[in-house]
Design a protein around this ligand. Structure first.
Ligand SMILES: Cc1cc2nc3c(=O)[nH]c(=O)nc-3n(C[C@H](O)[C@H](O)[C@H](O)COP(=O)(O)O)c2cc1C
Length: 417
């Protein structure tokens, strides 16, 4: 099975083709450090057999957002502990290096003064105008902070730096969000300038580290409208992928562009987009470069993932919500028990909704998620009969979900736990 074959990425080897893509979890401490909840979550994923885990939205500065951060040396030790724990399972650790699209220092100052009204107004203003207003000097300071962060990650034994090509970087690349007329705006070469500076900075501060680049693509809806904002249209994305390869990037992670677009663009709920909805775009990137390419977005079953690799769409698959639902996905595949995988139904309740409500990931199908090693679900000692009613809307071609009393039909399954 292709999915279980190892693959070389730059100087590192991934033991199989399944990665956990960047995902904000809400598990980190207030200062963004890796605490017990975060550590246990990632360790549990590694134990389940995944080859490569990316920590989503790791900030090199002290932002007000609840994401992981690595902006001072005191945080190195916890990242090192996490890297060591993952390495026990031969799982590689990546951090997704990102910067928000607002003036972090100015906002922090307003928060320090307790002027919440001004802070809110500033955030609102920046979400609309920061990309056009951020100065070259500020961008250079951000690069320095990113460099320091990369150095700390390298010291901690982190294996991969994934550039977050959406957010600040992707917004600068975008023809939709970038209206500048200096050397960072206008023509393609100017819009990708900062993105390339980020890659150069990583190489300067940690020459040996493996670089992954999340390349967000602005896609086209069936009605011709555009989906997503912070990224590039496919023609430019293909061109940029080749430039990234020449710049020394080791791997490309192709995703749906988002920033300030709709959350459902990148994280579609059930029934809103087809499975593997980024496949045709990812394939175009893969055909343009020789470095490994990973795909993400509604890849559910192993057959689904296997077909993507077989058909030359990608080399590696990212399973985000699927691994929240079942962290033992890979272990079950390895044991020939793929049919026992508990599949994500893309309800977005315990993941996206939780994060948007400032809570933490806790998948509705996995009662241990968010409480790894603290809460362990074991078979019941006092066994009871369970009656499970399942109505499959697609099989029965129902126009809408029926009310219970009107049920046209149902499967009745009796299961003994
Ligand atoms: C709760 C949640 C948080 C996410 N956070 C990030 C993030 O920090 N950075 C990022 O690039 N993508 C983020 N994503 C997008 C995922 O990396 C992935 O592209 C998306 O979930 C689609 O993959 P899936 O269908 O396998 O879940 C997030 C997704 C979810 C559900």
């Amino acid at each position: 099975m292709n999915l279980l074959e190892p693959i070389q990425v730059g100087k590192i080897t991934l033991k199989n083709r399944i990665m956990f893509p960047p995902m904000t979890t809400g598990y980190e401490e207030r200062d963004g450090s890796i605490g017990t909840q975060s550590f246990n979550f990632y360790k549990r994923l590694a134990e389940g057999g995944v080859a490569y885990i990316v920590l989503g939205d790791v900030a090199p500065v002290n932002t007000v957002s609840p994401t992981p951060k690595l902006f001072h040396d005191g945080q190195i030790e916890a990242y090192q502990k996490l890297a060591d724990a993952l390495h026990v399972y031969d799982c590689k650790l990546g951090i997704q290096l990102f910067h928000p699209e607002y003036d972090v220092d100015a906002l922090a100052e307003l928060f320090r003064k307790g002027d919440m009204q001004a802070a809110r107004a500033k955030l609102h203003h920046d979400m609309l105008h920061y990309i056009d207003e951020v100065t070259e000097e500020q961008l250079n300071t951000i690069l320095e902070k990113m460099g320091d962060c990369v150095k700390r990650a390298y010291q901690a034994g982190v294996d991969v730096i994934e550039v977050h090509g959406d957010r600040l970087v992707g917004s600068l690349c975008s023809t939709i969000l970038n209206h500048r007329n200096d050397q960072y705006g206008g023509v393609f070469e100017n819009r990708i300038r900062f993105a390339l500076d980020v890659v150069k900075t990583i190489k300067e501060y940690a020459p040996d580290i493996c670089i992954d680049y999340k390349l967000p693509v602005v896609t086209v809806n069936p009605d011709g409208t555009l989906r997503g904002k912070g990224g590039l249209l496919i023609e430019e994305a293909v061109k940029f992928a080749k430039i990234l390869e020449e710049a020394g990037v080791d791997m490309i992670h192709v995703g749906q562009a988002n920033h300030t677009g709709n959350m459902n663009d990148t994280i579609p709920a059930m029934g809103t987009t087809p499975y593997s909805f980024m496949a045709s775009y990812t394939k175009q990137i893969k055909e343009a470069v020789a470095i490994p390419v990973s795909a993400v977005g509604r890849i559910i079953t192993p057959e689904n993932g296997e077909a993507l690799i077989e058909n030359g769409v990608c080399d590696i698959i990212g399973l985000g919500r699927s691994l929240l639902a079942d962290p033992d996905y890979v272990k079950k595949l390895e044991a020939g028990e793929g049919t026992r995988i508990r599949h994500c139904m893309m309800c977005n309740k315990g993941c996206t909704d939780s994060i948007q409500n400032r809570k933490f990931l806790s998948c509705v199908l996995n009662a241990e998620n968010g409480y790894e090693y603290d809460r362990v679900i074991t078979p019941a000692t006092d066994k009871k009969k369970l009656l499970l009613w399942v109505v499959d809307q697609q099989v029965w071609k129902l126009p809408e979900w029926p009310k219970q009393k009107d049920m046209m039909s149902f499967y009745l399954k009796k299961k003994q736990l």
